[in-house]
Design a protein around this ligand. Structure first.
Ligand SMILES: Cc1cc2nc3c(=O)[nH]c(=O)nc-3n(C[C@H](O)[C@H](O)[C@H](O)COP(=O)(O)OP(=O)(O)OC[C@H]3O[C@@H](n4cnc5c(N)ncnc54)[C@H](O)[C@@H]3O)c2cc1C
Length: 349
C-alpha cells in the first residue's frame, strides 16, 4: 500500500535524477560544452547577458546557462526560451545575490567540475571583470578578456593597447575562460521552439566570503542605458562647464531618444557623472548613432566608441581628430548648433 502511494513520486525523482545524470554524462563526453554565466537583477535577465549566449553558441557544442542568487529560478524561465540555450542551471542561494567574487568563483569552479565544461563565458562587464579572473586563478588557466571575435573553440580575437591593435590569440588551456565584449555579438533572441530544461544545481560549495556587501549608490536615470542604447550623445570639455552640459545635453538626448555619455575631461571637470564616461577607462559603446559634442577625439575616447555604426561630431575646430573617424561632421560653435539641432529634431517628431 505504502509502495503504491509513493511509487509515482519516487519514479519521478528517479527519472529526474537519471535525466540530470544523463545530461551531465553527455556533457562530460561531449568534446565541447560551454557554461554561460549570466547576470540578473530584480527578477530580470540583464541585457549584457544576451550577447554572452550568442558568443557561447559560436564556440560550437552545448550551451548551459548558469544563474545564481535568490531569483535564479524565476529568471531561468526567461533564459530557457532563448535561442541556443541547451540547459539552464540554477544555484538558488541568496549568498550570490551581490556577485561577490570570493564565493561566486568557487561556486562556478564546482559547477565546472561537476558538469565537465570546456569553456566558460561571461560579459566583459563589472561582473565578469570581477569574477572571471578569480575563477581563472582557481582553475589555473589564462583568462582571455574582452573577446570581439571567435574563430574556433580555441582561437579568439581581442583588442589590445586601448583598441589600437587587434590580437588573435590561441589558447591551449583545457578550460577556456572568456569575457566577451557585448557590442561585438548580437543579442540572443527568444526562440520559437520548446524551452530548454531548467535544473537546480547540486554543486554549491557555500564558501564563506571574506568580503561583505555593505551598500551601493546607483545613478538612476529614465534615459536608455548607456551601455546598450542604440543612440548616444556625448559631451566634452567644449561645453565649458556643468551648467552648459545640463542645459544642452539632456534636451538633445531627449529629442533623439538617446543615452548621454561624456568624455573623461568632462567627467573630471565635474560636468557629468563618472558612470557616463565613454572610452578606454570608461564604457565601451557601439550604438547605431554616436554624436560627439565638443569632444576632440583623443585615442582614449575613440577606444570606447569607434565601433559605433554612424559617428557624428560637432566641433568648432575643423582639424579636431574626431573628424577623422566621423561619418558626419559639423564644424560649428556647439552653443549655436546644439540648440538649433535640438529644436529641429523636436519639430520633426
Ligand atoms: C590612461 C588614460 C586613459 C584615458 N581614458 C579616457 C577615457 O576613457 N575617455 C576619454 O574621453 N578620455 C580618456 N582619457 C583622456 C583623453 O586623453 C583626453 O584628454 C580626453 O578625451 C579629452 O576630452 P575632450 O575631448 O572632452 O576635451 P578636449 O580634448 O579638451 O577637447 C575639447 C574639444 O571641444 C572643442 N570645442 C571647444 N569649444 C567648442 C565650441 N564652442 N563649439 C564646438 N566645439 C568646441 C575643441 O575644439 C576640442 O576639440 C584618458 C587619458 C589617459 C592618459
Amino acid at each position: 500500500m505504502l509502495l503504491t502511494r509513493t511509487a509515482p513520486s519516487v519514479l519521478r525523482a528517479a527519472a529526474a535524477a537519471a535525466t540530470a545524470g544523463a545530461r551531465a554524462h553527455a556533457r562530460r563526453f561531449c568534446p565541447l560544452s560551454t557554461l554561460a554565466v549570466l547576470e540578473h537583477k530584480e527578477g530580470n535577465l540583464l541585457p549584457q547577458s544576451l550577447p554572452v549566449i550568442t558568443a557561447a553558441t559560436k564556440l560550437g557544442g552545448t550551451v548551459t546557462a548558469l544563474l545564481a542568487g535568490t531569483d535564479a529560478a524565476s529568471v531561468a524561465a526567461q533564459v530557457a526560451k532563448l535561442n541556443g540555450v541547451s540547459e539552464v542551471l540554477t544555484v538558488s542561494n541568496g549568498a550570490y545575490d551581490k556577485s561577490l567574487a570570493e564565493n561566486f568563483a568557487p561556486m562556478l569552479q564546482e559547477n565546472i567540475k561537476a558538469g565537465g565544461f570546456t569553456h566558460v563565458v561571461a560579459a566583459h562587464s563589472a561582473f565578469g571583470k570581477n569574477i572571471m579572473p578569480r575563477l581563472s586563478a582557481l582553475l589555473d588557466v589564462q583568462q582571455i578578456s574582452d573577446v570581439i571575435e571567435i574563430h574556433d573553440d580555441s582561437t579568439f580575437v581581442r583588442p589590445i593597447y586601448a583598441g589600437n591593435a587587434i590580437a588573435t590569440v590561441k589558447s591551449s588551456d583545457d578550460i577556456k575562460v572568456l569575457t566577451i565584449r557585448g557590442t561585438a555579438f548580437p543579442a540572443a533572441a527568444e526562440g520559437s521552439g520548446s524551452a530548454a530544461a531548467v535544473q537546480e544545481s547540486s554543486a554549491d560549495p557555500k564558501v564563506e566570503s571574506s568580503t561583505t556587501w555593505v551598500s551601493e549608490n546607483l545613478a538612476k536615470s529614465e534615459r536608455p542605458d548607456l551601455g546598450t542604447a542604440t543612440r548616444v550623445v556625448s559631451g566634452g570639455r567644449g561645453l565649458k562647464d556643468k551648467d552648459n552640459f545640463d542645459k544642452l545635453m539632456p534636451p538633445l538626448a531627449d529629442a533623439l531618444g538617446a543615452a548621454i555619455g561624456a568624455s573623461r575631461a568632462a567627467v573630471d571637470s565635474g560636468f557629468a557623472d563618472n558612470s557616463l564616461q565613454v572610452g578606454q577607462t570608461g564604457k565601451v559603446v557601439a550604438p547605431q548613432l554616436y554624436l560627439a559634442v565638443g569632444i576632440s577625439g583623443a585615442i582614449q575616447h575613440l577606444a570606447g566608441m569607434k565601433d559605433s555604426k554612424v559617428i557624428a561630431a560637432i566641433n568648432k575646430d575643423a582639424d579636431a581628430p574626431i573628424f577623422q573617424v566621423a561619418d558626419v561632421g559639423l564644424v560649428a560653435d556647439l552653443f549655436t548648433a546644439v540648440p538649433e539641432l535640438t529644436e529641429k529634431l523636436k519639430s520633426e517628431k
